[in-house]
Design a protein around this ligand. Structure first.
Ligand code: ADP
Ligand code: ADP
Ligand code: MG
Length: 462
């Protein structure tokens, strides 16, 4: 391997995940950290750590010069961006390569094309994919946009071209709302993403979120099948599964082939995910967006395929051609992931950072817990609330659900309120167990069930 010293330009559980892959490949791992993350698990696990600035992400994890400077000082030869922060920043990818380092991800040009959701829709349409009915290109506030909105029909979504992480999306129920929201949404998008560009999409109600994992080496592209991520709150995933249990083989094959077609059309390099909405009522699926990075929920795919996606990403960045052939990638069993956040589901999901007192992490057969937690850790209040991901794998979905219930019982944390009670309740729910879910399911479910979550607290054991 030409890469020997990998700088991890991220934090939290994904930094830990990348350090593990680096170590297994025999690489030296260098962990950047803000002043609030000196005591993080990633800093403790890495071979080397370097301070990049104050706690606020804008002054550390989002600061391109600070990260490049750290890379130079530590003589890194490659940079892994993880997810969030600079992972989908094309200028960052370009700057890393201009400094003579390998960027573990696609080229800046690919990120620019696919990271902008409007140009991604155009690239998808060109590759023959069906996109959600909506505007061609960005909309400009004014009469033409209103006429287009009426033509598409209400309710519709006003979306930020640069949006992500569930932010930058608004629903308009009629023309009056539409005209009122467009300028607001544009100002918000400019403030949040530095780009006020908007587009509109028809609202696909009661659809499933299905996404396809791909790996490309710049020439060849393979898919690693799909994930179902319909359980969402505020358009953020909460629980993910692989494969999508209720999908027919024909639909599965067509989604996976579409994903490969788009990735191939841009000579995709690295790991990427194509997101789709699947409308079971009509049997139609629509391309939503492509994420040009490793995703939070990648472990469910790793569990069912046996592929180490992070290791593959690093090999690809090293210039190695893909080792995988499509016909060798097979699905074995079923995997489920629950995102454990430092949020109190009994109190409107209020953030609850704090000091971890008691901690019991689940284990045993078919259980994986990717986390930033250790006993005594003081969770800093500055970042994303994700504490860890509980992933289970078993022969089929029913046994994976039993395993999940068992593992969630073993999980115990004191000092911090988490979303574990929500997952315990979901794992018992008849509709969830039957797989009868869609992207609005969880919010509707919470309206009914939230008061009952108290009975799903931690079980008292060492
Ligand atoms: P995934 O797409 O991997 O399922 P999320 O949507 O939860 O995961 O995003 C992972 C992290 O990346 C979150 O912290 C989210 O806020 C952040 N994120 C994703 N896309 C963007 C973006 N375009 N701009 C800023 N942050 C983003
Ligand atoms: P982000 O970049 O924030 O992940 P996405 O475009 O992927 O934004 O959408 C996030 C979520 O919002 C989807 O998983 C889905 O639940 C919902 N959503 C997005 N677009 C639509 C749509 N046209 N109709 C219905 N739901 C949508
Ligand atoms: Mg998305």
């Amino acid at each position: 391997m030409a890469i020997q010293r990998l700088l991890i330009a991220n934090r939290g559980e994904i930094a830990v995940r990348i350090i593990r892959a680096a170590r297994e490949l025999g690489l030296h791992s260098i962990q950047v950290h803000s002043q609030a993350d000196r005591d993080s698990l990633a800093v403790r696990l890495a071979d080397e750590a370097i301070d990049i600035g104050p706690p606020q992400a804008a002054k550390s994890y989002l600061k391109i010069e600070a990260i490049l400077d750290a890379a130079q000082r530590t003589r890194a030869d490659a940079v892994h961006p993880g997810y969030g922060f600079l992972a989908e920043n094309a200028d960052f990818a370009d700057a890393v390569e201009a400094a003579g380092l390998a960027f573990v991800g696609p080229t800046g040009a690919t990120i620019r094309l696919l990271g902008d959701k409007v140009s991604a829709r155009e690239a998808a349409a060109k590759a023959g994919l069906k996109t959600v009915p909506g505007s061609q290109g960005r909309i400009e506030p004014g009469e033409a946009a209103g006429a287009l909105a009426e033509e598409i029909g209400f309710p519709l979504l006003i979306k930020a071209a640069a949006g992500g992480g569930g932010r930058g999306i608004r629903i308009a129920h009629d023309l009056a709302e539409f005209e009122r929201f467009v300028p607001q949404a544009s100002a918000e998008a400019r403030a949040a993403f530095g780009d006020g560009g908007l587009y509109i999409e028809k609202l696909i109600a009661r659809a499933r979120h299905i996404e396809v994992q791909v790996l490309g080496d710049g020439e060849r592209v393979v898919h690693c099948f799909e994930r179902e991520c319909s359980l969402q709150r505020r358009r953020q995933k909460v629980w993910e599964e692989a494969p999508a249990a209720t999908l027919s083989d024909t639909t599965r094959q067509s989604l996976c082939e579409s994903a490969v077609a788009l990735a191939k059309s841009v000579n995709y390099r690295g790991a990427g995910t194509l997101e789709f909405l699947y409308d079971e009522a009509t049997g139609k699926s629509y391309f939503l967006e492509m994420n040009t990075r490793i995703q939070v929920e990648h472990p469910v795919t790793e569990m069912i395929t046996g592929i180490d996606l992070v290791r593959e990403m690093i090999r690809i960045a090293d210039g190695e051609p893909l080792r995988l052939r499509q016909e060798d990638i097979r699905v074995r069993g079923h995997a489920i992931e629950c995102r454990i956040n430092a949020e109190d589901p009994l109190n409107g999901f209020a953030p609850d950072p704090g000091q971890v007192e008691a901690l019991n992490m689940p284990g045993g057969p078919g259980v994986r817990f990717d986390t930033l937690l250790y006993p005594g850790y003081a969770i800093p209040p500055f970042y994303d609330s994700l504490l860890g991901k509980l992933i289970v794998h078993d022969q089929d979905r029913a046994s994976a659900l039993s395993r999940l219930r068992r593992a969630l019982r073993e999980f115990r944390i004191e000092g911090v309120k988490t979303t574990a009670p929500l997952h315990r309740a979901l794992a018992e729910d008849a509709a969830v167990r039957a797989g009868e879910v869609h992207t609005s399911f969880l919010e509707q479910w919470l309206e009914r069930e939230a008061p009952r979550l108290a009975q799903y607290g931690e079980v008292d054991h060492p």
